[in-house]
Design a protein around this ligand. Structure first.
Ligand SMILES: O=P(O)(O)OC[C@H](O)CO
Length: 480
């Protein structure tokens, strides 16, 4: 019997306080939680919920693609809007870039539905595009809610015709008090883009709780870092096991250190990542971070299917996290994300069992001794099956760029000890800077022009921002 992650009173009260403050989210009891595995199960559950909506449908997703899946959702929303149901959709501008155009939503708007696009590029915010709405959320009638890693695109279903299996992804269906929090999270995104969400007639409280699961709903906004701090805290609190799954792992030093410390305390720490990613550059950056994990005794596995897109964690068979947050700096610090942290042995057990099933289709990465030379090399523990994958695109490259900058910055400022793991990003950084140096010496105008244009662009944006803020009192300006 594993020791529980959160022990009995009074340590429990202290642990709860730490978890609530860190996550910025209270513990909500009386919920029902259902685990959803892979996109087909999600799309079935989501479409059934939408088609059964009687009063309101709130949908927020990073990617909604104009393909057979996207159109199925749009048509279901149109049908509900025509029947008088309030339908509101938030889609992310970067996530949907090249996936769906404004015209895709014309039938829904014509039916009375409302669609808002999160954070398109705008003057006055030259770096504003970095912050994305990465949530995957659906709430129907204020009683049934979903959050997940799954976007709305046929890509998640694979391509049976070409032998591409479906992507591995994870989400949950929620009933109970958590659903009001989901609506509040949606209302916050909605209100950020335009006029606030209308008030709905409150539904009568069910006479008895719909379930007995306690959880925290963590709806992060840029720089609140609730999920980052919670991930660190869980690594510090785990006593027996910490099993992580992530699509775009780009470990930064403080988090890697938290995992290393847990492993050194004999916690069974495992990390499952894609073997074949839709964003190969991020996979390479993930790999370049394996060595310190392996050296500390953390077990790393690469999934052998088409693409592993899930973002989950399970600790000590007691605590489980599911949602949209990847283990990288883009998710932790600059996006709007939505995750649920469940404190329930039954649910955590289900997620742990799924983890073990996933490992059956994964290859362990190990440190193997070299024949000549001193250091060990990172390699697969076995011959791997070749799997076809479908293509993809994403802003997670920004996390990769940050990792390169992090490693190069560490060398230049001498501010942390670099393990031999930083070699990959350092080589990329070295080549990029050497290229820049050659261009600057031989063709200075090639550097001068872009620099001049960039400086001018920033000046223009800052000027516009200053102009908009003129005459406002400092408190209003702070709120902006
Ligand atoms: O950002 P994620 O983790 O939702 O991944 C979306 C990818 O861009 C899919 O190609």
């Amino acid at each position: 019997m594993p020791k529980p992650l959160i022990p009995s009173t009074p340590s429990r009260l202290l642990a709860e306080q730490a978890l609530s403050r860190t996550a910025g989210a209270p513990l909500l009891s009386g919920n029902a939680v259902e685990l959803l595995i892979d996109a087909a199960a999600h799309y079935d559950a989501w479409l059934t919920a939408i088609r059964g909506a009687r009063q309101r449908v709130l949908l927020e997703n990073y990617i909604i693609r104009d393909d057979e899946v996207g159109r199925m959702f749009r048509d279901a929303l149109v049908e509900r809007a025509q029947a008088g149901v309030f339908v509101a959709v938030v889609a992310d501008w970067v996530g949907c870039l090249g996936q769906s155009r404004s015209a895709f939503w014309a039938p829904l708007r014509a039916a009375g539905g409302e669609v808002r696009v999160f954070n398109p590029p705008q003057l006055g915010q030259p770096l504003g595009w970095i912050s994305r709405d990465h949530r995957k959320l659906l709430v129907v009638d204020g009683v049934l809610g979903f959050l997940s890693g799954v976007c709305i695109s046929a890509k998640w279903l694979g391509d049976p015709g070409r032998g591409v299996p479906p992507w591995r992804d994870t989400g949950v269906a929620l009933r109970g008090p958590a659903v009001a929090e989901l609506e509040a999270a949606f209302a916050q995104s909605w209100g950020e883009i335009g006029v606030a969400l209308r008030q709905f007639v409150p539904l009568p409280e069910p006479a008895t709780p719909v379930g007995n699961v306690s959880l925290r709903l963590i709806a992060t906004q840029p720089a609140t870092a609730g999920m980052y701090r919670l991930d660190q805290l869980i690594a510090a609190m785990a006593r027996k096991t910490l099993w992580l799954t992530d699509a775009y792992f780009v470990g930064i030093a403080p988090y890697v250190q938290a995992l290393v410390s847990a492993a050194r305390d004999d916690v069974d720490v495992r990390l499952l990542v894609p073997g074949s990613s839709d964003i190969p550059v991020v996979a390479s950056l993930s790999r370049s971070g394996y060595r310190p994990l392996l050296k500390a005794g953390i077990r790393v596995f690469e999934w052998n299917g088409s693409m592993l897109h899930a973002k989950t964690a399970v600790a000590d068979g007691q605590w489980a996290r599911v949602g949209s947050s990847n283990l990288n700096i883009a998710s932790w610090l600059s996006n709007r994300e939505l995750d649920v942290a469940v404190e329930d042995a039954g649910f955590a057990g289900q997620l742990a069992a799924q983890y073990e099933r996933d490992l059956d289709n994964a290859t362990e990465i190990v440190l193997a001794p070299r024949r000549h030379g001193s250091s060990e090399r990172v390699r697969s523990s076995e011959e791997r099956p070749r799997v076809r994958r479908s293509g993809g695109s994403s802003g997670r490259a920004a996390a990769g760029a940050l990792r390169i900058a992090n490693s190069v910055g560490a060398v230049l400022s001498n501010r942390r000890v670099l393990g031999d793991t930083s070699g990959g990003p350092l080589i990329i950084g070295t080549l990029a800077l050497a290229l820049l140096a050659v261009i600057a010496i031989l063709w200075p105008a090639w550097i001068g022009w872009p620099f001049g244009i960039l400086a001018g662009w920033f000046a223009l944006n800052l000027g516009i921002r200053a102009w908009r803020l003129r005459g406002r009192n400092p408190r209003e300006a702070d709120d902006d």
